[in-house]
Design a protein around this ligand. Structure first.
Ligand SMILES: [Zn+2]
Length: 343
């Protein structure tokens, strides 16, 4: 573990971490530093995480940046008792390093999980369950599938700040290629996309599955994705008509029913939509079931909003940071879970 001065000492040593230097450094963690907060290269990754203990310490550091706090009584300070257990110095209760995280109850080594996260975040376009199974040498496809779904769920929360400035919003259909050429529309999923205008380019995006293109579906999406007061550009569809009543200055182009092509009126959203379709067909071969689609949209959004991040290790860091604050979900629950809003 290469944390030098701020190593998370836990071998029978108090980890209340009142060390001023440690606190000072961790408060900067909103601007994590490559080579200090996260590994920059595969060589660094291998050196940092050579044992289970390394991985446990790293999780502790992400989970309790200011030092261990007991989940039972809230007191600060504790000791490591071995096997990844932390004992509260106030109430004596033992807490697992992985309890209450995405890794809770896993029977696989954390090192393997870390390798999965590293691989997942370093592949620019994502990875299929089969790909992950092969790379990690996992015995079962189901394990790889479950891991990827857990990781995707950890991508939901990052960057939940709403979009601002000036935003384009439009809907698009996602469906299998044969259906798209078949000209029906009933089996396709309607997706709404919001994209920030950043000069001539695109800023951050948000997207969601929606039931239909009514105001009752579109307005709640805008409210969840865009800060009030933001100028919203849409086409002339009536579903966007009520936007000003909800506090959004609205600039509709009367494109529906006119000859202005959508990609001209709303270039950013349409660029995002075509990237999404290409990604969906390229990485997943269009084989995502509708009930899981919302999570894939989150994955796409996570990757897109960090597309210019030169440090892939930063994505590894951000994803693990989310992963230590969410619950694991068993395979059966993942399999049957229907994301909210996807109908
Ligand atoms: Zn306690």
């Amino acid at each position: 573990m290469k944390f030098s001065a701020r190593t998370f000492h836990m071998n029978g040593v108090s980890i209340s971490l009142s060390l001023p230097q440690y606190v000072e450094v961790m408060e900067e963690s909103s601007h994590p530093v490559g080579g200090v907060d996260y590994p920059r290269t595969l060589a660094e990754f291998d050196a940092w995480f050579s044992s289970e203990r390394d991985c446990e310490e790293y999780l502790c550091r992400l989970r309790w940046p200011r030092g261990f706090e007991c989940p039972a009584c809230g007191a600060a300070g504790g000791w490591q008792t071995g096997r990844g257990l932390l004992r509260c110095s106030t109430c004596g209760r033992q807490t697992s390093t992985t309890a209450g995280t995405l890794f809770e109850g896993t029977r696989k080594p954390l090192r393997l999980w870390f390798q999965a996260v590293w691989y997942f975040t370093n592949q620019k376009h994502g990875v299929s369950a089969l790909g992950l199974q092969r790379v990690l040498g996992l015995g079962s496809y189901q394990t790889a599938w479950t891991w990827l779904h857990r990781l995707r769920r950890a991508m939901v929360r990052p960057d939940r700040d709403r979009l601002s400035g000036e935003v384009e919003v439009d809907e698009t259909f996602l469906g299998s290629p044969d259906i798209e050429t078949g000209g029906r529309g009933t089996d396709k999923t309607l997706i709404v996309i919001a994209a920030e205008v950043r000069g001539r380019g695109t800023g951050r995006i948000r997207m969601a599955c929606i039931r239909d293109a009514s105001a009752a579906s579109l307005i709640p999406f805008v409210e969840s994705a865009v800060v009030e007061g933001t100028l919203v550009r849409t086409d002339g569809w009536a579903g966007y008509g009520p936007l000003p009543r909800y506090g959004y200055p609205h600039r509709p182009t009367s494109q529906r029913g006119t000859r202005i092509p959508a990609h001209v009126a709303m270039p950013r959203v349409h660029r995002v939509a075509s990237l999404l379709k290409r990604w969906w067909l390229g990485t997943y071969h269009g084989g995502i079931s509708e009930r899981h689609l919302e999570y894939y949209l989150d994955e796409f959004t996570f990757r897109f909003n960090r597309r210019n991040s030169r440090a892939r290790g930063l994505l590894f860091y951000r994803l693990l940071q989310q992963a230590v604050h969410m619950d694991a979900m068993p395979y059966t629950q993942l399999r049957s879970h229907t994301p909210a809003g996807s109908g």
